[in-house]
Design a protein around this ligand. Structure first.
Ligand SMILES: [Fe+2]
Length: 297
């Protein structure tokens, strides 16, 4: 029992905050100390019993509480199942989308192969450019995602040649200025062909810009320096290297070292110096591997 001069403390319990507060104010005015609580109901208590406890009431309360718990757990399980189901469907959809994207690229690559197959000098050109460009991109420190975009860009960079008249594509000897203008359109035609494929967003810029020059005198947008996407600078340089190292109707095939040496003259005007440096490193590494292979035979 508190001493006569000590205030009496009352516990006010109700699950509604407004009622608790009203009662507390009233009782404090009456001179009581008030502690209020009702959080146990909010925190998940199912029921409460008033003493003296009726055992029948207790049994019903327990039964009721267990039923509610069972329903709650069932609800939790359904929620988890739904979450798992949604996660699985999303993963399935992503996989399906990735497969469709791969298929669309494979279809376009087949078109490029068909185009190149007609010309013995061009056969395998895009595949070689893709492979070497990806290696140069890795050498320069590009991310995995950039490397893959460069690889795909390499495979598809000349797809726009589908839109170039065959007699001009296969012409032996130099092109007239008008014919050259027509050939130059392959970069815009290529990017237009790829435009609907949103997953190739980064690749489209590489296709469009692979004939830009470091000094800004290239085409189609006369971009200069680092305004040219890195992948396009790489594909452009590698394309020149590939043209030099494969036989063409107008030139003998050049050795890898001679080609790297020759295109050094284009550094700073046509080719990005950093790209040339990486290309040189990759080519000399490949040559070292070739010598190693020969030595092992
Ligand atoms: Fe090209």
């Amino acid at each position: 029992m508190p001493a006569m001069d000590e205030p009496t403390t009352l516990l006010v319990v109700d699950d509604e905050e407004s009622i608790r507060n009203a009662l507390r104010r009233f009782l404090v005015q009456q001179g009581y100390e008030v502690t209020s609580a009702a959080l146990c109901m909010q925190r998940g208590a199912f029921d409460y019993l008033i003493k003296p406890i009726d055992l029948g009431h207790l049994g019903r309360a327990i039964h009721h509480a267990l039923q509610r718990r069972h329903t709650y757990l069932e609800g939790q399980q359904i929620n988890q199942w739904l979450k798992d189901e949604v996660t699985a469907r999303v993963a399935e959809r992503r996989l399906e989308q990735a497969n469709q994207e791969r298929l669309s690229v494979a279809t376009l690559e087949a078109l490029v192969n068909a185009l190149e197959a007609k010309d013995p000098y061009l056969r395998g050109h895009s595949a070689r450019v893709a492979d070497l460009s990806a290696t140069v991109a890795a050498q320069i420190g590009a991310t995995d995602e950039q490397i893959e975009a460069v690889r795909t860009g390499g495979r598809l960079h000349d797809i726009g040649k589908i839109g170039i008249r065959e007699e001009i594509l296969n012409k032996q000897g130099p092109l007239t200025p008008t014919e050259y203008e027509h050939v130059k359109q392959h970069v815009t035609v290529g990017s237009q062909i790829l435009a609907p494929l949103v997953h190739l967003k980064d690749v489209i810029g590489l296709v469009r810009s692979h004939h830009e020059r470091w000094d800004g005198k290239g085409y189609p947008d006369r971009l200069a320096g680092e305004a040219i996407p890195l992948g396009a600078r790489i594909i452009g340089a590698v394309e020149i290297y590939d043209a030099m190292t494969t036989a063409r109707p107008y030139q003998e095939k050049m050795s890898a070292e001679a080609a790297v040496e020759r295109i050094r003259d284009l550094v700073g005007t046509v080719i990005d110096p950093a790209v040339h440096q990486a290309l040189e490193a990759v080519v000399s590494h490949r040559q070292a591997l070739v010598f190693l292979d020969d030595a092992q035979v």
